[in-house]
Design a protein around this ligand. Structure first.
Ligand code: WT7
Length: 656
């Protein structure tokens, strides 16, 4: 695996020698939603007509006047239309036999389970929406949601969507500081959390963390608290601010709340993601185009059928959960499984136990998880009947061919197509992906842009590179679920994504196309890490480190990690009076955990008298990466003091 910023030459040549091919079976093709490759030409001939056709799968209160208004980089989709996401994900399914179809099958980590039919979901979403309104939430108000993977999370999101209050879901692994940063950035006035959540048999004290965050969130007036772990007595409720979810919903009774007729461009949610600065970006997604983009890709990328049991193992706290647990799948009226906990609780076969228990037919997970399962061995899946599976998907990071083939053979019985889907928080929907009834698969390749999506690979000067070479991945035409801006920072939206190659959306990923035009994703080309499929900015970790009194300076880089894809290595210089060593390593790891969340804790921390800097005092992370990769050090002539590298190198090698 490459470290950040490095052209992944070694990996690349290995990838391009990958000569295994997996065409769709005749049997799969015969039943596929799309099996005719002409769909690509049809979409390419008239992209707007293609999306308009897909938009007919959504229910609109008022039709659009124009499919698209495109003033780069500003897009408005389905201009003039009125729509509601909650109506599309819930109400409309009540008009057919689907009313009693399972919408959400919830499996709690302790082994409890709940099934919510579409009718149940309707009832709960209405009760929650009524409670939100009664407690003062109005159209346009931002609602922060900090919950584990429980049905109330989806219910809360849909209730917000129903009344037109954009939600901002904060991953339950984030710290109090991360919560308050996000809440304050978007000025949320209302928050929803739980007493706790279950993880590896432990109760995660969500409410405690929320309480600490609320100390610096003056805008939040009310916190709704779900009782998940029956800790009611231990959880202190703040008079006048905290309200139990079950009480508030009981007060709603059977009240129904009309879904707001919202403009297609009404904000649906804000979701924060890491960038190249210390401050996460609040990506703003709107309603109409987002529903079209997510529902359509969910249906065709996974070859969704009415009777499928679909399981996306992501957390709803990330975009994958927003688009492919909540909005896309529920808009399609599908049955979605939602699992609360860890894959190794109570044992390492929990996923396979769930697949067997509910006869899951579509499984969507991350390469990190697959590599973990590989390490645990075939015996765990072998204990279970996995014959219900028919389509497998991956997302979040590049998948190595070995893991791809293992997934296909061991989990998919060598019968299920594996769709490697590339997209981002910013893109809202899958953009580069196989179509399982059409594409001849190559292990490790996300294959081709989805119909009507126009991608390219550019060199430094913005020229398209020939097939067989690599460069920067860009998108050259708007797509319906694209983020519309960064909340409160239009300027950053423009410079971050649209200025590197004017007129092109700059993804920040390296990619290569092979001679047949297949796309191979190579990882980030900026200061963003991808740790176990989670995006973390090196600057965020650096600012967390230097906020500790012991740390004078810090530099953070990505390092290869067998399971997580990337790990985090930090190099720190300490202030006078502080000493490095194992205790300081733990102190700083915990500090980063407190500042950001456990996912950002560095795997390795090195102490050094100085960081390698240019004479103009710029930290040369490239040299640190060379050390981490065991490479011959690149050009060191611009270094102010070349001798410090030797000592860093020695420490690093001793740590291996
Ligand atoms: C970054 C976006 C999209 C949901 C999960 C991550 C990487 C994503 C793939 C893939 C190679 C991938 C990219 C991208 N990425 N999918 N199939 N192959 N890399 O969303 O947190 O916004 O991260 O994840 O580097 O830029 P995110």
């Amino acid at each position: 695996m490459a470290t950040t910023n490095e052209p992944a030459a070694g990996m690349l040549s290995a990838l391009l020698q990958e000569d295994r091919r997996y065409p769709p079976s005749d049997e799969f093709k015969a039943q596929a939603n799309w099996s005719d490759p002409a769909i690509y030409e049809r979409a390419e001939a008239d992209p707007e007509a293609f999306w308009a056709e897909q938009a007919r799968a959504i229910d609109w209160f008022k039709p659009w006047d124009r499919v698209l208004d495109w003033n780069p980089p500003k897009a408005r989709w389905f201009v003039g239309a009125e729509v509601n996401a909650s109506y599309n994900c819930v109400d409309r399914h009540l008009q057919s036999w689907r009313r009693n179809k399972a919408a959400i099958i919830f499996e709690g980590e302790p082994g409890d389970s709940r099934v919510l039919t579409y009718r149940d979901l309707y009832r709960e979403v209405n009760r929650c929406a009524a409670a939100l309104k009664r407690l003062g939430v109005k159209k346009g108000d931002r609602v922060a949601i900090y919950l584990g993977m429980v049905p109330e999370l989806a219910i809360a999101m849909l209730a917000c969507a129903r009344i037109g209050a954009p939600h901002t879901v904060i991953f339950a692994g984030f710290s109090a500081d991360s919560i308050s940063d996000r809440v304050n950035d978007c000025g949320a006035t209302f928050a929803i959390t739980a007493d706790g959540g279950w993880r590896r048999g432990n109760k995660i004290p969500l409410k405690d963390t929320m309480d600490r965050a609320m100390e610096s969130c003056p805008t939040v007036k009310t916190v709704l608290v779900v009782n998940r772990t029956d800790d009611a007595r231990q959880v202190p409720m703040n008079e006048g601010r905290d309200v139990w979810w079950h009480r508030a919903l009981a007060d709603s009774g059977a009240e129904q709340v009309e879904p707001e007729r919202l403009d297609a461009e009404h904000p649906l949610y804000i979701l924060y993601t890491s960038g190249t600065t210390g401050k996460p970006k609040g990506m703003l997604h709107t309603t109409g185009g987002y529903l079209v983009g997510t529902a359509c890709t969910h249906k065709y990328v996974f070859d969704l059928k009415e009777e499928d049991v679909y399981w996306c193992t992501a957390d709803v706290g990330w975009v994958t959960g927003h688009s492919y647990i909540v909005y896309g799948p529920l808009a399609n009226g599908s049955t979605c499984l939602m699992y609360e906990g860890s894959p190794d609780y109570p044992d390492k076969d929990r996923f396979w136990d769930i697949v067997e228990k509910y006869a899951v037919s579509i499984l969507y997970t991350a390469p990190t998880a697959i590599r973990t399962f590989m390490r645990w061995g075939k015996d765990f899946p072998a204990k279970h009947d996995l014959s219900s599976l028919r389509v497998l998907g991956t997302v979040g990071e590049p998948i190595n061919p070995e893991a791809w083939v293992w997934y296909r053979e061991v989990i998919g019985g060598d019968r299920c197509p594996v769709v490697d889907t590339w997209w981002m928080t910013e893109t809202g929907q899958i953009l580069i992906t196989p179509l399982p009834g059409i594409t001849v698969l190559k292990p490790g390749s996300a294959t081709f842009p989805f119909p009507a999506v126009k991608a390219d690979v550019l060199d430094e000067s913005g020229n398209s590179v020939p097939l067989g070479s690599g460069g920067y991945l860009v998108l050259q035409r708007p797509w319906p679920a694209m983020a519309r801006t960064i909340w409160g920072d239009e300027e950053r939206y423009r410079t971050q994504y649209w200025s590197r190659f004017p007129g092109n959306y700059f993804a920040g990923d390296g990619a290569k196309r092979d001679e047949a035009g297949y796309y191979w994703l190579l990882g980030r080309v900026d200061d963003v890490l991808n740790v176990a499929g989670h995006r973390i900015g090196t600057m965020e970790v650096e600012s967390a480190l230097v906020s500790h009194p012991a740390v004078a300076e810090a530099a953070v880089i990505g390092i290869s990690h067998e399971i997580k894809g990337q790990g985090i290595a930090a190099f720190a210089t300490l202030r006078g009076g502080y000493e490095g060593g194992a205790t300081m390593v733990e102190t700083l790891r915990d500090h980063v955990g407190d500042k950001i969340g456990a996912i950002a804790k560095p795997d390795k921390i090195f102490f050094t008298a100085e960081l390698p800097k240019t004479r103009s005092a710029k930290i040369m992370r490239r040299l640190l990466r060379d050390i981490a990769e065991g490479k011959v050090l690149g050009d060191t002539t611009t270094l102010a003091d070349p001798t410090i590298l030797a000592s860093i190198k020695q420490q690093y090698e001793e740590s291996e």
